[in-house]
Design a protein around this ligand. Structure first.
Ligand SMILES: [Zn+2]
Length: 202
């Protein structure tokens, strides 16, 4: 659950959107058909249609006074460069809980999401199109340690200089954040399933 192919998949390419040639349900060869004014891979056997959608990810600006936390990435894209901690949202998770779990997994820190800062369509490559939700968080506890998909994690001054960054989107988001050009929106914690364990959505 990270904003990359993991260390286990370095060097291999996993197309996220155009991978199916045969129906995943009935194994019939897919054909291109018009659907919603776009050609889409469609199954003539059972009617399955393969839609191409961007992948929602969360990016968490963990702030402590005038410092922000960055991680040095192990996996691609952006291996060996620095980025805002981020991760894919698993189907059974909400974005708030994902951010909290991702921060814990990658940095060892317990955080609280304080606001929604920005949403960016991130066209990294034809195989990687993310809808990145930028959140602001503060540290509640834990001990900083880089792990999971990070080889290092450090605090940097929000006003820079920044280390070599993996994604221009992160640079732009931090620039806006440093200049206080964005005002965060409140987060509705009622929809955080891990935080609010009594809430059942299905
Ligand atoms: Zn089928």
């Amino acid at each position: 659950m990270c904003y990359c192919t993991s260390s286990r998949t370095v060097g291999r390419s996993f197309p996220r959107v155009d991978g199916y040639k045969y129906c995943p349900f009935c194994q019939t060869k897919l054909i291109l058909l018009e659907s919603g004014q776009k050609p889409r891979q469609t199954c003539p056997g059972c009617g399955f249609t393969q839609y191409k959608n961007p992948s929602p990810v969360i990016s968490v600006i963990i702030a402590d006074k005038d410092r922000i936390l960055l991680g040095k990435r192990i996996g691609s894209p952006g291996a060996g460069k620095w980025a805002i901690p981020s991760g894919y949202i698993e189907y059974e998770d909400d974005f708030i809980s994902t951010a909290i779990l991702e921060a814990k997994e990658e940095t060892g820190l317990e955080i609280e999401i304080t606001s929604i800062l920005n949403v960016i369509s991130s066209f990294v490559s034809p195989s990687f199109h993310f809808l990145a939700i930028y959140l602001e968080a503060r540290v509640l506890g834990g001990k900083l340690i880089a792990r999971d998909d990070l080889e290092d994690a450090k605090w940097f001054s929000v006003s820079g200089p920044l280390p070599e960054m993996a994604f221009q989107e992160d640079v732009d988001a931090l620039e806006m954040y440093a200049k206080k050009e964005v005002t965060g929106l409140p987060v509705d914690q009622r929809y955080a399933r891990q935080v609010n364990k009594n809430r059942e959505s299905w």
